[in-house]
Design a protein around this ligand. Structure first.
Ligand SMILES: Cc1cc2nc3c(=O)[nH]c(=O)nc-3n(C[C@H](O)[C@H](O)[C@H](O)COP(=O)(O)O)c2cc1C
Length: 186
């Protein structure tokens, strides 16, 4: 619980090497597949992008941005280029519609993939890494999908950037759950 209650996002610019080890990555993925999964559909896929593959992802992001917006500024291009290079590890989490299953609508599969993503963030935090879940336009860009070799049944739900963090990261104020909760039926 202490890890759950202290999780916070860390931006890729604050990440440094070392990347999570092979054992760490396996641990993160073990946590991911513990996600609740209505109908045992396994409606998630994970792409692990590490080492030199990160510059390929970075190039893909930049090409997609330039196609979306031929007038993109140097600053926008640099922002798009830099995230996968700052973060020592990127895990792309996808939701997948493998088969129609009565009673399990699409949004439940997306939720399951979301729970898998959150499990990865928590496991990364527990192992001492910083992490953040980002989408941005790249997550919905057909050129990125194609570059990642995803079929039409597979959607990107997030890019998880993960890495070591050396600096002290200040705690931000968190909402009071009471503001979002009511006790019904009493
Ligand atoms: C599905 C999803 C997509 C997100 N995409 C972005 C994004 O593209 N850009 C961004 O700044 N934050 C994005 N966030 C929010 C960050 O992951 C993060 O939650 C936010 O910066 C607040 O930090 P915290 O997690 O420490 O509260 C996204 C969150 C979710 C759940």
């Amino acid at each position: 619980m202490s890890f759950l209650l202290s999780r916070k996002s860390i931006v890729p610019q604050w990440m440094v090497e070392p990347a999570p080890s092979k054992d760490d990555i396996d641990y993160l993925l073990q946590a991911a597949v513990r996600a609740p999964d209505h109908g045992w559909l396994r409606p998630w896929r994970f792409l692990v992008v590490e080492g030199a593959a990160r510059s390929k992802l970075s190039d893909l992001f930049v090409s997609a941005l330039q196609k979306r917006n031929p007038d993109a500024t140097e600053e926008q291009i640099e922002k798009e280029r830099s995230r996968p290079l700052f973060a020592p590890l990127v895990i792309v989490v996808c939701s997948v519609m493998t088969e129609e299953k009565p009673g399990v609508p699409k949004n439940e599969r997306v939720l399951s993939a979301g729970a898998a993503a959150q499990n990865i963030l928590l496991a990364a935090h527990e192992r001492g890494y910083g992490a953040i879940w980002l989408t941005g336009a790249a997550a919905y860009d057909p050129m990125v999908r194609e570059g990642l070799e995803l079929d039409e049944n597979t959607d990107i739900i997030g890019f998880l950037y993960i890495g070591s963090v050396e600096r002290e990261v200040r705690e931000r104020a968190r909402p009071d759950p009471a503001d979002y909760t009511r006790h019904w039926g009493q």
